[in-house]
Design a protein around this ligand. Structure first.
Ligand code: C2O
Length: 512
């Protein structure tokens, strides 16, 4: 294994899209930011230098950070932010993971423009468990606002209303040729007839799940959230913010140009935003005047298409290692009427140095009132405010049932857990019923991931082993919901063994 060094200069940069120019926060002046490459078991050092007026922190979304929570990145959870003029070196080893992940700013709404791909290749000499592609391409999907995103959320918080939806989506930084006023023409993926390509799809959008489609071509899904799945073919991929999906696509249409589309999916009764980002798959050698073949993306509320996709995901290689370890498992439900209050010092520091008064460990293991989903928001809306964490013994097996209440918004919530991968053993609509639903769990080949969509008006059950000591954030990856309080943290105690404790913090850890 190697040590990989990267430098991230956080700088302002003017960017023009949709006929208007605004300064954005970027890494190294790029949108999306640079792709970070490493191999399984490599050590990665990223020196982040903050040249902007905002506090900054960077999260390596999906990297487990075994015993190195100091490098995880969520501001005020595992570190104090990197202040203007300051530097912090994120130092972590990628243990037993490979695949496509993403990195992004983890403070305020900066991740709208501060994000990029994190590609972990298998160890040298280890092939993919599917035919080797001719080439690989990272495809980053995101959202674009004409106005400043920090101003948008601040305005929304002041008014108490939902923030403005984005003005466009982007594919590798560009809204594409079909959008109004796209001088750049959009991203083009060049292909050679007969060859197969691995596309590493990343949803870096702030607030929207997306459909992804390529006209005239089937996509073979081989991986999600850097875990292999049993390959299956689909016309449409659905991908939530924070999720990644690897697909193989074979250029089997001889020639021409084909429309690539990313459009919003929202399982909500309201029409929110219908701006489709477009790009072009182009058979090399085809004249540029050749007509682009277009297929319409699914409508925004195509829940059946989305369910069909997520229900097809099955763990790829190993039998599920920690699915059956339900003995003594805990059932907790988030968010249990607690509105998480961000602390002013990082929880991980408070934990490691035993600083009292920063958080409490009385996060309730179950909702305070029996929850009954009836299709409308329940009456037990009273919440308590607090910085409450849920404590887990080292190596305990955890079962977590995430039940949607429809309170914040009647839509899917892509919930992301830091520090772990989990197995999605069950999913359903309506109320979770432990007696009947648990019997139907898939304990054989449930998909393993780090971000899971909780269906609107339904639930998912996930299982994981608490084998990573530290403090780990869990939150909805729709940024506006995180802002509103759909977040909490787990505290995993140290184990007794020699390699079972949180390592001490690096000397350059930022101070609050
Ligand atoms: Cu991708 Cu806590 O975030």
């Amino acid at each position: 294994c190697r040590v990989r060094h990267y430098k991230f200069n956080v700088v302002m940069k003017n960017s023009t899209k949709l006929c208007s120019t605004k300064p954005i926060v970027t890494v190294n002046g790029r949108f999306p930011g640079p792709t970070l490459y490493a191999r399984e078991d490599d050590t990665v050092l990223v020196k982040v230098v903050n040249h902007v007026k905002y506090n900054v922190s960077i999260h390596w979304h999906g990297i487990r950070q075994l015993r190195t929570g100091w490098a995880d990145g969520p501001a005020y959870i595992t570190q104090c932010p990197i202040q203007p003029g300051q530097t912090y070196i994120y130092n972590f080893t990628i243990t037993g993971q490979r695949g496509t992940l993403l990195w992004h700013a983890h403070i305020l709404w900066l991740r709208s423009t501060v994000h990029g791909a994190l590609v972990v290749l298998p160890k040298r000499g280890v092939p993919y468990p599917f035919p080797q592609p001719h080439k690989e391409q990272v495809i980053v999907l995101a959202e674009w606002w004409k106005s400043d995103t920090e101003a948008i959320i601040n305005q929304a918080l002041k008014s108490g209303l939902a923030p403005n939806v984005s003005d466009a989506h982007t594919i590798n930084g560009q809204p594409g040729p079909v959008s109004n006023c796209s001088s750049l023409g959009g991203y083009t993926l060049p292909v050679v007839n007969g060859k197969t390509y691995l596309l590493r799809l990343i949803n870096a959008a702030l607030n929207e799940e997306l459909f992804f489609k390529i006209a005239g071509h089937k996509l073979t899904v081989v991986e999600v959230d850097a875990t292999y799945v049993k390959p299956f073919k689909t016309d449409t991929v659905v991908i939530a913010p924070g999720q990644t999906t690897n697909v193989l696509v074979t250029a089997d249409q001889n020639s021409g140009k084909y429309l690539v589309a990313a459009s919003p999916f929202m399982d909500a009764p309201v029409a929110v935003d219908n701006v489709t980002a477009t790009a072009t798959l182009h058979y090399s050698g085809t004249l540029s005047s050749t007509r682009t073949t277009v297929t319409k993306p699914p409508p925004q509320n195509a829940t059946a298409v989305a369910n069909n996709f997520t229900d097809s995901l099955r763990l790829g290689i190993n039998p599920c290692p920690s699915c059956k370890a339900a003995n003594g498992s805990r059932v907790v439900a988030a968010i249990n009427n607690v509105t998480f209050v961000m602390p002013t010092t990082a929880l991980l520091q408070a934990h490691f140095f035993s600083i009292s008064g920063v958080f409490t460990t009385d996060f309730p293991g179950n909702p305070p009132n029996t929850f009954n989903y009836t299709g409308t928001a329940p009456a037990n809306l009273a919440t308590t405010n607090g910085t409450k964490v849920y404590r887990l013994a080292y190596n305990s097996t955890v079962q977590l049932v995430l039940q949607d209440t429809g309170i914040i918004a009647p839509e899917n919530h892509p919930v992301h857990l830091h520090g772990f991968n989990f197995f999605a053993v069950g999913k359903g609509l309506g109320n979770y019923n432990p007696k009947t639903d648990q019997k139907k769990f898939n304990l054989v080949d449930p998909v393993e991931r780090n971000t899971i969509g909780v269906p609107s008006g339904g639930w998912v059950a996930i299982r994981f082993r608490a084998d990573n000591p530290g403090v780990w954030f869990m939150h909805c990856h729709l940024e506006v919901h995180t802002t509103w309080g759909l977040k909490m943290a787990f505290l995993v105690d140290n184990g007794k063994g020699p390699n079972e404790s949180l390592l001490p913090p690096p000397s350059d850890l930022p101070k609050c």
